[in-house]
Ligand binder design. Structure first.
Ligand SMILES: *Cc1c(COP(=O)(O)O)cnc(C)c1O
Length: 339
């Protein structure tokens, strides 16, 4: 049966063409984009100590300014999306809390690329910026109780049956295919420093997936023939409970032996009371970074990373002459006030 009203409606065809065009551009942007900027933060405390602090601006890695598909979520989704494209998947599905940057990023990526998206959200329905943005981006939200979430969020098969044809990503997007994108992040830093590693390469850790991928990126560029200093990979945990070191060990143990750079550690003392918790000192620090340097940080991840690095500098943990690179992993959509 033909749909003459459809054929006559030129705007329909124009819109279809327009969306295909956008998706096409997005795919090529995913495959080849310039490295995100690496810029020095000219802060008097670091200058006085003779230590360089550089910020890897992955928050600029986004299809449009302010888009939640950015930062380390861009890095982690990149190869997942390219993989999904090669298969007959017709939707993207994943899991997360009500403030999950991963959920917001997936919803936006789906919209840019023309995939329907499904978000399975932990806990009772709440109204906040993250979820309304995900809804605007066309995501179908399914709220499940905390108990059910614990039981079902790991059950890819269950969701696969409920949504046949959906590509199912784990909570936080931390699967095997998340690693190569994060490896590229580390390798970009090396290239931008003129084929040289910084003394310390630091990133905020939620699941530790990004750090693990970075450890994989460092390893091949630190062989016996490599010149220059060997980097210390530092994770700053944003969760309470001192379990991140073990979690990263466990994550790395599931990978092939010897693919990860072994010189990494986790700073477990800068969580400020736990996930998404803040302290007056942290909020003051965020405001200071914005006023002094115009540097916007998010309250959940990047502020705790930078706050941690400034604290370690004050403790004399970095030697004069060393270079510290901190990854601005994005997350700025989390700055929006709760509605
Ligand atoms: C999700 C997120 C992280 C944590 O990444 P993991 O790979 O889970 O450790 C760090 N920073 C930002 C801005 C994030 O959104």
């Amino acid at each position: 049966m033909s749909h003459p009203e459809c054929i006559r409606d030129g705007s329909f065809h124009f819109r279809l063409f327009f969306f295909q065009e956008i998706a096409q551009r997005m795919w090529s942007q995913l495959q080849q984009h310039p490295p995100s900027p690496l810029v020095e933060l000219p802060d008097y405390r670091w200058q006085a100590a003779g230590v360089r602090l550089l910020i890897k601006r992955d928050d600029y890695l986004a299809p449009a300014p302010g888009d939640p598909f950015c930062g380390n979520k861009w890095r982690k989704l990149k190869y997942n999306l390219l993989h999904a494209r090669e298969q007959p998947y017709n939707a993207l599905l994943s899991f997360g809390g009500a403030y999950s940057n991963h959920i917001a990023a997936l919803a936006s990526a789906g919209r840019w690329l023309g995939y329907p998206t499904i978000g399975v959200i932990r806990g009772e329905e709440v109204h906040n910026h993250t979820l309304s943005r995900a809804r605007e981006d066309g995501m179908q939200l399914i709220f499940v109780s905390r108990t059910d979430f614990r039981a079902y969020s790991g059950l890819a098969d269950y969701w696969q049956q409920r949504f046949p044809g959906a590509y199912v990503l784990p909570e936080g997007g931390s699967n095997e295919l998340a690693l190569p994108g994060c490896a590229e992040l580390a390798q970009e830093v090396y290239q931008q420093l003129g084929d040289c590693w910084p003394t310390v390469l630091a990133v905020a850790c939620g699941t530790g997936g990004t750090l693990t991928g970075m450890a994989r990126g460092i390893r091949p560029l630190c062989g016996p023939q490599a010149v220059g200093p060997k980097p210390q990979l530092m994770g700053v945990s944003v969760l309470k409970g001192r379990f991140m070191t073990q979690a990263v060990h466990d994550r790395m143990a599931t990978l092939e032996a010897d693919t990860c750079w072994p010189h990494w550690h986790i700073e477990e003392d800068f969580h400020q009371g736990g996930y998404a918790k803040t302290t007056p000192a942290l909020l003051h620090f965020m405001a200071e970074m914005e006023q002094l340097h115009g540097l916007l940080l998010d309250p959940v991840y990047t502020s705790k990373l930078l706050f941690g690095l400034f604290s370690l500098l004050a403790q004399g943990r970095f030697e004069a002459g060393s270079t510290v690179v901190a990854v601005h992993s994005g997350g700025l959509q989390g700055r929006m006030p709760v509605q």
